[in-house]
Design a protein around this ligand. Structure first.
Ligand code: PBG
Length: 312
């Protein structure tokens, strides 16, 4: 009877699995702070995606971890860069059976770890960064991405990328915009996953949002939609349910929420200590994100959730 009257139902098809592929390794490499998540080789990535498809997951978000980094993050747009090589292999294997989304940023590829190009005074140069993002978008679309997901929070990034994609004959490639992305402490384990250390003990408060505020999230979301975003994203998820709810009520495009690395790791760590029930907590958290209004949830629990549903 509870099932019959449940107001919120989470489905495997609501979920997108974030995945990491690392250049120059010959076997998958576990990420200590993200139990169960791997830095993949290209081959193990393809295998993982095939298995995700077979359990019913419909989307993946890909992050590349290059063997070497430089000032401008050129590995991010090099046609032979790790993400592009992986995208091409994945697309050849699964075609249109999965939505292949490419995270679009430079922080994994820059020596200083910032999401943009530095201006020589320790700050990020917004407009110079846009030129690089456009090159990345074209490289990712050429390699086979169905959708690009700009995560760097530069002003004007969605409009610039939309124009670049259209100009390169990729008008069918969609944009999932990380629109309201907060300068959160919950990205810690992710930075281990992509080997990022922000230079000089740095932070991203210059371009990510201040978590004291919610009004500017709405402004960011509306600007992104005006610039051509097909899907808008709020990130992280659980500490921002109010933002998810407000955005859902205020826009007519699909709303995504990213249940980030720290949110996942907190459950894993507490469960490993026997302090909370892993399955019940994960289910409660993911359902709450949907109840708040998210149509799409990016989560490291995607495979676990799909397998749990299939086992019922
Ligand atoms: C930056 C990026 C980050 C995440 C996704 N894209 C980290 C950051 O902004 O420092 C975090 C994802 C997670 O924590 O799961 N390109």
């Amino acid at each position: 009877m509870r099932d019959l009257v449940a107001q919120t139902r989470l489905h495997t098809s609501d979920l997108v699995a974030p995945l990491f592929v690392r250049e120059g390794i010959s076997a998958p490499h576990p990420i200590m702070s993200l139990p169960g998540v791997m830095q993949h080789t290209v081959d193990s990535l393809v295998q993982e995606i095939v298995e995700l498809r077979d359990v019913g997951v419909r989307g993946v978000m890909l992050f590349g971890v290059p063997a070497s980094k430089d000032e401008v993050g050129s590995g991010a747009f090099d046609p032979r860069g790790i993400a592009q090589v992986a995208l091409a292999k994945v697309r050849a294997e699964v075609g249109d059976e999965m939505v292949i989304i490419a995270d679009l940023c430079v922080d994994e590829y820059t020596s200083h770890g910032h999401c943009g190009i530095l201006d020589g005074h320790g700050s990020v140069d917004n407009d110079k960064t846009l030129d690089v993002y456009c090159k990345i978008a074209i490289a990712q679309a050429n390699a086979g991405a169905h959708m690009v997901a700009p995560s760097g929070m530069m002003d004007g990034q969605v409009g610039a990328i939309r124009a670049a994609l259209d100009g390169a004959g990729h008008s069918g490639v969609a944009i999932m915009a990380y629109s309201a992305k907060y300068a959160s402490s919950l990205y810690g384990p992710f930075r281990e996953a992509v080997d990022v250390n922000i230079a000089d003990g740095g932070h991203r408060r210059g371009y990510q949002q201040d978590w004291h505020n919610s009004n500017e999230a709405l402004r960011e979301v509306h600007e992104d939609i005006a610039q051509g975003a097909d899907i808008v994203m709020i990130k992280p998820a659980l500490a921002y349910l109010d933002v998810i709810s407000a955005v859902r009520q205020s826009v007519d495009v699909p709303v995504a929420a990213y249940h980030v690395s720290g949110e996942y790791s907190m459950i894993k760590a507490a469960a490993q200590n026997g302090w909370i029930d892993h399955d019940a907590t994960a289910m409660e958290h993911l359902t709450a994100i949907k109840r708040a209004g998210a149509d799409i949830i990016l989560t490291y629990f995607a495979r676990w959730f799909a397998e749990s549903m299939n086992a019922r």
